[in-house]
Design a protein around this ligand. Structure first.
Ligand code: NAD
Length: 257
C-alpha cells in the first residue's frame, strides 16, 4: 500500500489519532499536511520530525476548524490534496438540559461542519487530480448513542450521514468517501474525561479505565493510533477503490454488542 506521490491533509493532527494517522500515511510514503489551531513551534517541529523520519514532505498549517472560512483556506493553502482526513474533534459531557450552548455549537462546528467545508473545498482539487479519498474520523458514537454526549453523538451521526451522501455524489468518479468509527483510543481527548469519571463513580484511574471505558469495548483493550492510521492507509489504497459510503468500526466489538 504505497502512498508515494500522494498528498494527505489531516485536520487536527498535532496530537492523538490525527498525529498517528499522519505518521502512518507518511510511513506509507505520502507527503502530509498537519493542522491544528495552535500554531506553536512544537506543531511545526512535529512536521519536521515526520519529514526527517520518513523522507517525505511534511508541513504544518494552522487553521481553526471551528471557522468555515479557515477550513476552506487550509485546503487552498495546501494546494489541494489527494487524501483528506477529517479528524479534528472535541468532546464535552453534560446532560442535555445543562449542556452549554457554546459547547454544543463548538462541537457541531469542529466535529461536523468542518468536514463539510474541507470536503467542499477539496473535491474540485481531487477532480483535477483525477483521484481522491475523503476519510472522516467519526466514532462509535456516530452509530450508537451515549448519555450526556448529545452534541458529540449528533455531530458524529451527522458525519456518518454526510459520508454516505458525499459517496453517492462522487460514486461515478475515482473518488471515495468513507468514515472510520473508533471505539476508545487512549488519547488526550479520552484522558481529559478520566478525572471527572473518577469523581463521578468514586473510582481510581485504573478502575475507570477497566470498569467504565473498556467495559463497553468487548476486546477490553484500547485501539491504538497506529491501528487507526493503518485503517486510513487501507481506505486510501487502490485496494479500497470500490469501498465508498461505508463505515469501518475500529472498536474492539463495541458496536457488535
Ligand atoms: P485529541 O484531543 O488528541 O485530538 C484532537 C485534535 O483536534 C487535536 O490535534 C486538536 O489540536 C484538534 N483540534 C481541536 N480543536 C480544533 C480546532 N478548533 N481547529 C483545529 N484543530 C482542532 O483527540 P483524539 O482522540 O485524537 O480525537 C481525534 C478524533 O477522533 C476526533 O474527531 C474524535 O472525536 C475522534 N474519536 C476519538 C476517540 C477516542 O477514543 N480517542 C474515539 C472515537 C472518535
Amino acid at each position: 500500500m504505497t502512498m508515494q506521490g500522494k498528498t494527505a491533509i489531516v485536520t487536527g493532527s498535532n496530537s492523538g489519532i490525527g498525529l498517528g494517522v499522519a505518521r502512518e500515511l507518511a510511513r506509507a510514503g505520502a507527503d502530509v499536511v498537519l493542522n491544528s489551531f495552535t500554531n506553536r513551534d512544537e506543531d511545526h517541529a512535529l512536521a519536521a520530525e515526520i519529514a526527517a523520519e520518513f523522507g517525505v514532505k511534511a508541513r504544518y498549517i494552522a487553521a481553526d476548524m471551528s471557522k468555515g472560512d479557515q477550513c476552506r483556506q487550509l485546503i487552498e493553502d495546501a494546494g489541494g490534496c489527494d487524501v483528506l482526513v477529517n479528524n479534528a474533534g472535541i468532546q464535552h459531557v453534560a446532560p442535555i438540559d445543562a449542556f452549554p450552548i457554546e459547547k454544543w455549537e463548538a462541537i457541531i462546528a469542529i466535529n461536523m461542519n468542518s468536514a463539510f467545508h474541507t470536503t467542499a473545498a477539496a473535491l474540485p482539487h481531487m477532480r483535477k487530480r483525477g483521484w481522491g479519498r475523503v476519510i472522516n474520523i467519526a466514532s462509535a458514537h456516530g452509530l450508537t448513542a451515549s448519555p450526556f454526549k448529545s452534541a458529540y453523538v449528533a455531530a458524529k451521526h451527522g458525519v456518518v450521514g454526510m459520508t454516505k451522501t458525499v459517496a453517492l455524489e462522487t460514486a461515478e468518479e475515482p473518488i471515495t468517501c468513507n468514515a472510520i468509527c473508533p471505539g476508545y483510543v487512549l488519547t488526550p481527548l479520552v484522558e481529559a474525561q478520566i478525572p471527572d469519571t473518577m469523581e463521578k463513580y468514586n473510582m481510581g484511574r485504573d478502575e475507570v479505565i477497566k470498569k467504565v471505558m473498556l467495559e463497553r469495548q468487548p476486546s477490553r483493550e484500547f485501539a491504538t493510533v497506529e491501528q487507526l492510521g493503518g485503517t486510513v492507509c487501507f481506505l486510501a489504497s487502490d485496494a479500497a477503490a470500490q469501498i465508498t459510503g461505508t463505515t469501518i468500526s475500529v472498536d474492539g466489538g463495541w458496536t457488535a454488542l
